[in-house]
Design a protein around this ligand. Structure first.
Ligand SMILES: [Fe+2]
Length: 416
């Protein structure tokens, strides 16, 4: 029945930062490598020449590893080797999967572009290409934020169905998503979610102009807003989820499925999960080609072999890759297919989605705002937000130049 903060996880679907480059708000958490002073140009082999995604200038994310590994620095980056896998009690029943065991990367508090930093970046990129997922140690501050977010999620999801159902907005996809409301590949998902997107005032020009997916976050209370605001301050935007016992299904979906197989839309997804377990991923494979922005990857290989269960490891975030990372790197790094199984206990999880600007577009290529809107319409076909978007003709606004130019000012007179 529930999920928690989305921008996040439940692994889950969603939330993004409409009309704002998801710049470097992940603090020292993810696979970001920055260096002091002007950043060197992106290599043309990995960055399309006219793709105006701000993440390139803001994060200086290098997706192309050096042609040869950097020389070993005097000080090695800290990487904890995988601990022996636990016996499988945390894997949801009824699933067949390999039991994953990941090394834990530790990001230094300050990135300077030192040889040690470059080696760490190289190792992380290699890990993404090998495993499709990495694990990063939380700082003590992040551990506290995660504990506070879990407590807030439990308080929210313990509210009555009526109270939770009131947390919706007709213009944004932020807020509560009931069990069975989310649809993946035509089948209902049994998870509850609270999604947080950027919180726009109703008098914001983008809202007044009727831009798709732009609106308020329907917070249930001030406390939830404060707690999630702090986590957002650390990571960015958030999302998350709580999964019900497997016997709590409502008959519309598929037994045991929390969230069906899919890829996420943006660049990176940073997630935390409690000790229950439910996340499965697929490793990158030359045999499995997909491009979710062209053809839906929902339901991909869901019932086939080849899944890896990612057991919870206390004090860590996991990071997977999204559609736009695959698109921008021309398949050098691929979006990570993942799904969530229902366990025998409730599960709480959280995910932060690091996204391009809603307005980002490559010439004759992908417009992120359109991809983002398409994914929400596909996943929430019956939501009030989808119905209003279609009924008021807002979708056609995605063609307007100001929605396809980063930083362009909304034309309020174009309001639908
Ligand atoms: Fe997801």
């Amino acid at each position: 029945m529930k999920i928690s903060v989305r921008t996040g996880l439940p692994l889950c679907r969603a939330a993004a930062l409409p009309s704002r480059a998801a710049a470097v708000r992940l603090m020292g958490t993810a696979a970001h490598v920055s260096s002091p002073g002007p950043s060197p140009p992106m290599t043309t082999t990995t960055m399309p020449p006219r793709f105006n995604v701000q993440v390139a200038q803001n994060t200086r994310l290098r997706v192309q590893p050096p042609s040869s590994p950097p020389r070993q620095p005097a000080t090695q980056p800290t990487t904890t080797k995988p601990s022996p896998p636990k016996p499988g009690p945390t894997m949801p029943p009824g699933f067949k999967a390999e039991y994953g065991s990941l090394p834990t990367f530790h990001i230094p508090p300050r990135i300077t572009g030192s040889p040690s930093d470059l080696l760490l970046a190289h190792q992380i990129i290699s890990a993404f290409r090998r495993d499709g997922i990495i694990q990063i140690g939380m700082t003590p501050h992040q551990r506290q934020l995660w504990a506070d977010a879990q407590a807030a999620s439990r308080r929210f999801f313990a509210k009555s169905p009526e109270e939770k159902a009131a947390c919706v907005d007709s213009q944004s996809y932020a807020g509560y998503i009931a069990s069975g409301e989310e649809v993946t590949d035509g089948i209902a998902d049994y998870s509850e979610i609270f999604t947080i997107t950027r919180d726009f005032d109703l008098d914001d020009k983008k809202v007044r102009a009727g831009w798709p997916c732009h609106g308020r976050v329907p917070w249930p209370d001030v406390e939830m807003r404060e707690v999630m605001g702090r986590y957002q301050g650390e990571l960015g935007e958030e999302g998350g989820g709580w999964f019900p016992p497997r016997n709590a299904t409502n008959g519309k979906g598929k037994e045991g499925r929390g969230i069906g197989s899919h890829t996420d839309y943006g660049l990176l997804v940073i997630s935390a999960q409690d000790d229950v377990g439910g996340l499965f991923i697929r490793r990158p494979s030359q045999e499995e080609k997909f491009a979710n922005w062209e053809k839906s990857a929902a339901g991909l290989k869901e019932d086939e072999d080849g899944w890896v269960f990612i057991p919870p490891v206390e004090g860590t975030h996991t990071v997977i890759l999204g559609d736009m990372m695959q698109y921008l790197t021309r398949n050098y790094l691929t979006a990570t297919p993942h799904k969530v199984g229902l366990n025998t206990r409730e599960r709480f999880a959280f995910a932060y989605f690091h996204e391009p600007s809603f307005q980002a577009e490559e010439d004759e290529g992908v417009h992120y705002g359109t991809h983002f809107t398409n994914m929400f319409i596909r996943n929430y076909p019956e939501r009030i937000t989808t119905k209003r978007l279609i009924e008021e003709g807002r979708y056609k606004l995605l063609e307007r130049p100001e929605l396809r130019t980063i930083g362009a000012v909304p034309r309020v007179e174009a309001s639908v």
